[in-house]
Design a binder for this molecule. Structure first.
Ligand SMILES: C[S@@+](CC[C@H](N)C(=O)[O-])C[C@H]1O[C@@H](n2cnc3c(N)ncnc32)[C@H](O)[C@@H]1O
Length: 307
């Protein structure tokens, strides 16, 4: 099964929304070429954070936000009324001071009168160890809907309840289990390992997000055959999540190497050979590792005397 890479778009032409496509085109040029028709069910992305990664040119924060606003404004008319936009961001860091990008980007969506449904905290366990502030271990997903009638399949993403054996103690349901047999709402703080080191999804891309983070959004915010779009697709992690669950995917990316890796990953997803970490896999417990043992030389003489 194959996924096409498109590198040219004629203004006003609409590719087949039932195809899975990667566009080797600057997202602004791509959106300018696309007719102003609502075709996307979900737009999910992690844009460059303007922190000088190899795929971006660092610019003053104000200029970066103007650029982001131009793109979001061009996406908006292409989003269906029932659709959602999920913008996943971390911090812009300058001289050791952090600017959480979600705070800066929220006013752009507000101007469009979009509805913020959740500010999801994506918590992860690995990253830089800071010396002059607490080490950062979360990023944010801003989830916006275009209207009040939006797709939300809560039952498809429920997680096991903490106390499924709990029973109602009064009223008509007294004595009956009080929870939902399908599990509980997964809440808005998600613990999902980031793609570092020997993570099964790691490619040469320096800033992939985990497929599992997007899987839950795709299951909850779209239906089978819906069209998911990632304007900054990287190695198509959003596409892997979309194709795993029988949705269609379009993604834009300007770096050829990343788009080639993305194509391969999407084809592996269609062939069911893709390696990924599912969103519902339990988090590894580090206490089971030999590395969690305190080194003998760190033990104090007091501890020694207790032994
Ligand atoms: C944070 S990364 C996204 C990584 C992606 N979530 C993944 O898991 O692979 C941002 C990506 O946006 C791409 N990019 C930067 N400017 C772009 C533009 N104007 N149009 C399309 N893609 C762009 C970069 O090359 C980079 O791969």
């Amino acid at each position: 099964m194959s996924v096409e890479i498109v590198s040219k778009m004629k203004k006003g032409s609409l590719p087949d929304i039932n195809d899975d496509l990667l566009f080797l085109i600057d997202v602004e040029r791509f959106l300018d070429a696309l007719p102003e028709e609502p075709i996307f069910d979900l737009v999910v992305t992690s844009p460059p954070y303007n922190i000088g990664k190899e795929y971006e040119k660092q610019v003053p924060l104000e200029d970066y936000l103007v650029w982001q606003e131009r793109i979001i404004n061009k996406i908006y008319p292409r989003l269906k009324d029932t659709g959602s936009i999920c913008w996943q961001v971390g911090n812009y860091v300058e001289n050791g001071s952090i600017t959480p990008l979600d705070i800066e980007i929220a006013p752009i969506f507000k101007k469009l009168n979009m509805h913020l449904r959740n500010r999801i905290i994506w918590h992860f366990g690995h990253g830089l160890h800071n010396k002059n502030r607490f080490s950062g271990r979360y990023e944010v997903v801003l989830w916006y809907t275009k209207s009040d009638s939006y797709t939300f399949n809560l039952d498809d993403v429920r997680i096991p309840a903490k106390y499924p054996g709990k029973r109602s103690y009064r009223g008509d349901n007294k004595g009956k289990p009080s929870g939902n047999p399908k599990g509980k709402n997964p809440e808005d703080v998600w613990d999902i390992p980031n793609v570092k080191g020997n993570h099964v999804e790691k490619t040469t891309h320096p800033c992939q997000f985990p497929v599992g983070l997007i899987e839950r959004l795709i299951l909850a915010l779209t239906n089978p055959n819906d069209l998911v779009f990632d304007p900054f697709a990287g190695v198509a992690s959003s596409g892997v999540a979309a194709l795993l669950h029988d949705r269609h995917f379009w993604g834009c990316e300007i770096v050829k190497d990343y788009i080639n890796i993305g194509k391969l990953r999407l084809e592996q997803t269609l062939d069911k050979t893709i390696k990924y970490r599912p969103f519902d896999k339990p988090i590894y417990d580090p206490r089971t590792s030999a590395l969690s043992k305190i080194p003998d030389e760190w033990r104090t003489s007091n501890e020694d005397s207790d032994l």
